[in-house]
Structure formats: structure tokens, C-alpha cells
Write a protein that binds this ligand. Structure first.
Ligand code: SF4
Ligand code: SF4
Length: 391
């Protein structure tokens, strides 16, 4: 069978050339100036500029409501009741339009539980209409047939699942696995690109293999593993849930084994890069695959349900950003993320992987040290450095 020719959905200029997006097959590609010209784009003033960050994020994590009835102990958003100042339908639409105008390609919608918004269908339709690709993460605990039909408009839907059967939890809370399983089956049957988001903690670490096997049996697109972060309610139980040094070191080879054994695509989030580079993969391979660690305020940005912007959903930002277009370049908060490699302390400063890893996860470093620029204390190399352990 012939592979479909990608058709360019949207493109935007960058200092190096541009970024182009295709929906089928779905990808974003970083291309040079010549390629942009071949696509019919003319010279851009950006091509004469030098900067170390993008003209806009490629993906924005947008919490459309804080409302959620699950009450998970480790919820990184501290979700529960709807916030006092949640954005109205019109205000949400304006935010999405601004993001589209900036050149954002994808919005990862979440909550709280996004289906709690009565206008959710309208919001998702709006994203599609203006050319933003909406993706969704949800619990799979309250999905109706109508919700499944909304999901058909999404690029991908990921269900939060930290284990299966008797090991099923969402962010530390026991839930009804049957409901999540039924939601996954219904999504797959409806032809929705479906995946799993699994938060990896010291509690579910021993049971990750059965999750990958389950995903493979269900023919899911991917399993994305996210490191447990001390954020929101997750801060209170961080000491019990954090990964041990052995788990951090073993995580990457275990993941590779599971992926090969069950022929299942797996991903790890940006905060897991220190576990990957501990195994010293060739730098040039990582560069070719565009592997990148802490990238808030660059490829990534987040918005809370009250319209507050931050570099990443797991890091608080108290700086008031009234106009994101205007503040993208000048925000102190975003510029701190962009200065990570310049401000790096030892052992990150002399680490071969600094440009890729970018000092590990800020959410973990900030919680443990109160210093935004501190090396991630859970990185095995950082741990050894602080404990004077020779490698
Ligand atoms: S703080 Fe950085 S590494 Fe951690 S989750 Fe956010 S973007 Fe990723
Ligand atoms: S030493 Fe720093 S830059 Fe190197 S892998 Fe660890 S956290 Fe990342």
C-alpha cells in the first residue's frame, strides 16, 4: 500500500527557517530556509534575527476547568471545585485564537475533567475551525456516548492510567478500572487515536510492564510515561511517591525492553531525560531525534483555567501576563527557562548532555531546593555529585 503524501497543514517562520505541520500523517518538522522557499514562503525578517528560543510554543497545555470529582491525592493541578475566575466560552475562544495567531500548532486540553464544561464541544469545534489541533487528556471515568463523539474531533485522546486491574490508580487514587477500560475500548472502536498517560512513581514502578502489555493488546497509539512531580496536591506525598535512584537508573532500559517485547510505542516525558542520558546514548543520535528536556517557555507553555500563563503546568508563575503575544519575549518567567543552560550549576554545567537535558525538571528542583536554576536532585549524575559517589 502506498504511504499517504503529507500535506502541509500550517507553517510558521523561525530564525533557522520554519516549522511545518502535517495532520496526516501527523508530524511537526523543523525545516531550513531553502525548504520554506520551496514551499512558497518568502523571505522573513526573523531570518535575520538571532535568538535562542522559538517565536511561539509549538504546543500549549490548556486546563479548561479546574472542576473534577475524582479527588486524586496526587493531582498536580490541585483540581476539585471550578475556580472562581474560570474563563467564559468567549474568553477561551479569544485565548485560542491568540495562540493560533502566534503560530501554536497543538493544544493539549485537560482539567480538572474537561468534560465537566458544558461548552466543551463548542470549544473543541472552535479549535478545529481556526486550525489548532486539539488533543485531550482525561480520566475515562465519566465518558458518555456524546463525549466519545467529541473525542472524534481530537488529534489524540490519552486516558490517565497508572496501572491496570488491581493496580489501577490515577494519581495515587484507586478508581474503577472497568470504566477506564470501557472508555478506552469505546474510543478505539470509534476510530479515535488513543493512548495512555501513566504517572510513574515509586508505587506503580513494579507494575509498568503489565500496562505496556495492556496497551499493546488494546492496539493503542502510545503509552506516555510521566515522572511523578511535586506539584499541586502531589507535593504533600512526594516523599512517598518519588522514584528511588535505582528506579531512575533502570527506567529507560526497562522501557525499551517492554516496548520491544510488546511491540508497543512508548514515550517518556521531558522530565525523564536525566534517566535516559544516564546511559550515555550518542549525542548526535539524540540531536537527530530532537530529544529535549526542560523546554518550558520555548516549545511548551501552559495556561490555567483562569487564563494564567506559565512555562509548564508543573511550575507556578506569579507574573501577571495580560497579553501573551506581547509578553512572549519579555516575560521574566519564560526567560528564566530560556536561561537554564547559561545559568547551569555543577554538575550540569560540565555535563555533556546539558544542551539536551537543560538541568532536569524545574518542578522537582524548585520543590527540593527553592532555587529555579538548581540541578535536578533526582538525576543520578547530580545525586552522585552531591553524595561524592564516583561514577
Ligand atoms: S519543569 Fe521542565 S522538565 Fe519538568 S515537566 Fe516542566 S518542562 Fe518538563
Ligand atoms: S547533570 Fe544536569 S544536565 Fe546532566 S543529565 Fe543530570 S540534570 Fe541533566
Amino acid at each position: 500500500m502506498m504511504k499517504p503524501e503529507p500535506s502541509i497543514h500550517r507553517a510558521r517562520y523561525e530564525t533557522f527557517g520554519g516549522i511545518v505541520s502535517s495532520i496526516s500523517p501527523p508530524f511537526l518538522a523543523w525545516v531550513d530556509k531553502d525548504f520554506m522557499i520551496e514551499l512558497g514562503y518568502e523571505d522573513s525578517p526573523l531570518w535575520k534575527q538571532e535568538r535562542n528560543y522559538l517565536s511561539a510554543p509549538t504546543e500549549v497545555h490548556f486546563s479548561v476547568t479546574n472542576q473534577c470529582g475524582q479527588g486524586c491525592e496526587g493531582c498536580y493541578m490541585d483540581s476539585g471545585k471550578a475556580g472562581d475566575e474560570e474563563l467564559s466560552t468567549d474568553a477561551l475562544k479569544t485565548h485560542f485564537k491568540t495562540l493560533r495567531d502566534m503560530g501554536v500548532f497543538h493544544v493539549a486540553l485537560g482539567g480538572g475533567e474537561a468534560f465537566n464544561r458544558p461548552d466543551f464541544r463548542e470549544i473543541v469545534s472552535w479549535c478545529k475551525e481556526i486550525g489548532l489541533v486539539p488533543n485531550l487528556t482525561c480520566s475515562g471515568q465519566i465518558m458518555s456516548e456524546d463525549d466519545i463523539s467529541i473525542c472524534k474531533m481530537m488529534g489524540q485522546v490519552n486516558i490517565s492510567l497508572d496501572g491496570i486491574n488491581e493496580h489501577y490508580t490515577i494519581n495515587g487514587r484507586k478508581g474503577d478500572f472497568k470504566k477506564a477500560d470501557q472508555a478506552i475500548s469505546a474510543l478505539v472502536k470509534a476510530g479515535v487515536q488513543t493512548g495512555i498517560n501513566c504517572v510513574v512513581s515509586g508505587k506503580n514502578y513494579p507494575f509498568l510492564e503489565e500496562l505496556v502489555k495492556y496497551a499493546s493488546q488494546k492496539k493503542l497509539n502510545e503509552v506516555e510515561f510521566l515522572r511523578y512531580k511535586p506539584s499541586g496536591r502531589g507535593k504533600t506525598q512526594y516523599a512517598d511517591y518519588r522514584l528511588t535512584q535505582n528506579m531512575m537508573k533502570e527506567f529507560y532500559p526497562r522501557l525499551l525492553d517492554f516496548s520491544r517485547k510488546y511491540k508497543q510505542e512508548v514515550k517518556m516525558d521531558c522530565s525523564f531525560i536525566p534517566s535516559l542520558v544516564w546511559h550515555k546514548p550518542p549525542l548526535e543520535e539524540l540531536e537527530k531525534l530532537a530529544v529535549v528536556g526542560c523546554d518550558g517557555g520555548n516549545m511548551l507553555m501552559s495556561v490555567k483555567s483562569n487564563g494564567l500563563y506559565a512555562g509548564c503546568s508543573f511550575v507556578e508563575n506569579n507574573e501577571h501576563i495580560a497579553d501573551i503575544k506581547e509578553h512572549w519575549d519579555s516575560s521574566v518567567h519564560f526567560n528564566k527557562f530560556r536561561s537554564l543552560t547559561k545559568e547551569a550549576e555543577e554538575p550540569c554545567r560540565s555535563c555533556d548532555y546539558l544542551e539536551i537535558c537543560r538541568c532536569g525538571c524545574r518542578a522537582v528542583a524548585l520543590h527540593a531546593t527553592k532555587d529555579f536554576f538548581a540541578p535536578d536532585p533526582e538525576c543520578p549524575k547530580v545525586y552522585n555529585y552531591h553524595h561524592k559517589i564516583l561514577e
